[in-house]
Each structure stands twice: as structure tokens, then as C-alpha cells.
Design a protein around this ligand. Sequence first.
Ligand code: KE4
Length: 431
Amino acid sequence: MDKGRESLTDVRSKELFEAAKRHIPGGVNSPVRAFGSVGRTPRFIASAKGDRITDVDGNEMIDYVCSWGPGILGHAHPRVIEKVKEACGYGLTYGAPTEKEVCLAKLISELVPSMEVNRLVSSGTEAVMSAIRTARGYTKRDKIIKFKGCYHGHWDGLLVKAGSAALTTSVPDSAGVPADYTKHTLVALYNNKESVEKLFHENPKDIAAVIVEPVAANMGVVLPEPGFLGFLREITREYGALLIFDEVITGFRLALGGAQEYFGILPDLTTLGKIVGGGMPIGAYGGRREIMRMVSPDGPVYQAGTLSGNPIATTAGIETLLILKEDPLIYKRLEKKAERIAEAAREAAGGKACVNQIGSLLSVFFTEREVKDYEGAVSSDTARYAEYFGYLLERGIYTAPAQFEAMFLSDAHTDEDIEKTCRAIRQYFTS
Ligand code: KE4
């Protein structure tokens, strides 16, 4: 048996996957879960606790997906579970305002001061589409700038790719999205100031907002070049457009106040998801009062949601944020864990891979180039990544099942499991 290879079966996962494919598109409720880009049967998970997940065949694995970010405290944190169980006894949803929504709104404003006023929704996508509608309502402009390789959920207007005319035009990047729905979406290049300046010069009075992942984590982890976020802050101010930080991943992860605290750049609007719900479905968007008062029922921008701010989700979100607030040293601990893995991978890869890491986010790119932008990211050898993923999976390490995703650390990752992971990564690169 290969060093560290565990006797893993996936018989039950295979059975469930076949059954799932008969009733669910691709057998999954979100495409990345299908393991398509790593060419394997997805593991159907039965339970999770701390930094471990256990699949339906009984394989226990160290989890670096953490449900794509929400799991910053580790799975099934006792305090969160206890509060959620208690809340269930009072009913699951009322469709009416509750004290917990006031509590979470105040907590979000306290931890992310630029979100003076915020609205809860049920996903990051909903937060993004609502923030953009608000920006358009506030500025009375139609165009939006997004960045190639950044992902902001599956809202029609942002499912775009650069059109034939270089970057200035965009065309739908999904079937079912009418060209009309993307004609106001302009595509720039991450970390490329000139591509943004060009779009503003061509559309000086038409751009409602620039939306950006302050740390790109959907082309793999790509850090903003020094000064890039500050540049976006200035050019949007200069042209009267709003700056939207999509902090669905970075919110409460890079720092308690998210990327805007980490980099010291304040956007006009922020979108949140993942951690804000503590594992339950919550998204949020917010910003200055003068902008958010555009939102119904205060203002003319309509947005609504049956389960927005429901008492169970807000319970999980509040408890998670309180735990993070009570223990700000968590961010140093998280960063150290990620640094250990990044350093092990960098050393073992010996230039054969590029490892980007910031805070508790990291990606191993199978390219000898430095990955500082979209072009660098897509130069990666995705077949090598799939092989690396399988090597780790067979040794009980569950990392992102796609090159263009991030690895997530949690406070529950033990030193022993981090060391086991570093050992397996070293073995991969030297095997
Ligand atoms: P949701 O609608 O999936 O809650 O959030 C959309 C979203 C918005 N903004 C950013 C920066 C995001 O990363 C996401 C969703 N992230 C993906 C992972 N790359 C979720 C995983 C999935 O799609 O299953």
C-alpha cells in the first residue's frame, strides 16, 4: 500500500450518486460538488465534526472545503448546535420580524462598520443581485463592472464572459441568459488598472458600480496587487460609481471585519454570505444609510424573501459571529495553520506549483508561473490538480475538488491533522 494510502471504498457514494442523477441535475444541488473537474465519484457525506467529515462509506477525512467557507469554527461547534437546537423549539420561521434579526443586523454593523444598514437574504447570490439593484437604483445608472475570473453567484447579469470585442463587451456565459441581460455588464481584468480605466473612460457617466472580490477566490486564490483595491476606491469615487466588495468568502474570514478591515479600504456596499449564517442559509448586503434607504419598503428598490432572517438561521449566524468576536486571536491561529500548509507545499513543489495564501485561504496552482491574475490562474495544469486531489483524497484529506477554488482552514484543524496534510502534500510532490 502506498505511503499513507487509506483503504477507502466509495461503494455507497457510487450507489447514491447513481440514484441522485436520476432525480437531481448532475446528481448534485451545486455543480462543483459533482467532482467533474477531478473525474471522480463525489463523496456523499454522512456527518461532520470539528475538522473531519465522514462519508457514507465510513471514510473519515480532514476537511479543507468547510462547506466552501461557512465552517470557520469547524463542523458542529457545540455552542452553535446547542443554540440552534434550542431555537427550533420556538418554531422554524414566522415570516414576521424578530428580535434576532435586530441583533444580527446590529452585530453586522458593529463588525463591518461600512454596513451601517443591512438587509438579510438567503444566499450570497441573492445578496449580490440585491446590492447591484440597489447600486443602480441609487446612482440611476445601468452599467456594472465585474472582473474576469471573479464569481459572484449565479445572477443572470453576472454570468458573463468577455465578448469578442476584447473585454469591453460581454456575452452570456450560461445558456438561458438573454444577451439583453448582460449588455450592461462590463468585464475588466483583476489587478489590471488600465482595463478598469478604459471602461470608465468609455462610459464616464453610465457605470453604477464596480463589484470585486477583494481577494479573488473563485479562480483559485489570487491576491489583490498592492494598491489595486485603493485604485478601485478612487476611480469609483472619481466617476460617481459605487464600489461593491463581494465579501461572501472574505467576510469574517480574512479578519473579523473582513477584507475591508484587513486592507483598510471601505467600499460603498458589501455583500456577505457563508460565515454570516454559521452554516445556515444567510446572505446579507448593506452599506451607508443614504444608499440603503433606497431599499423597499423605505425606498423604490424592491427586494424581498420569505425566509430572509428566519429565527434558526439568525441563531446560527449570531452565535458564530459572537464566538469569532470573543476570540479575535482565532485569525492569527487560522493564518498560521494556512501558512504551515502553504510553506510545506511551496517547499515540496520546488517551483513546479504556485501556492497563494492569505489568512486562512490558500490555493495550490499547478503552474510554474506566479499566479497574480486570471491568465496566470488558467495557465494551471488542471489534470495535475485532479491527480493531486485524488492522491490526497485517498489519504483521507478532502481538499477543493477543483483547481479554481480555495482551500479553507477552520479553528478546528488540529496541529496533528495539519502535519498529516503537510506530510501527504510533501509525499505527493516527491512521489
Ligand atoms: P451562494 O449563492 O452560493 O451562497 O454565494 C454565491 C457567491 C457569491 N460571491 C462569492 C465571492 C462566492 O464565492 C460565492 C459562492 N462561492 C462558491 C464557491 N466558490 C460556492 C460553492 C458552490 O457554488 O457550490
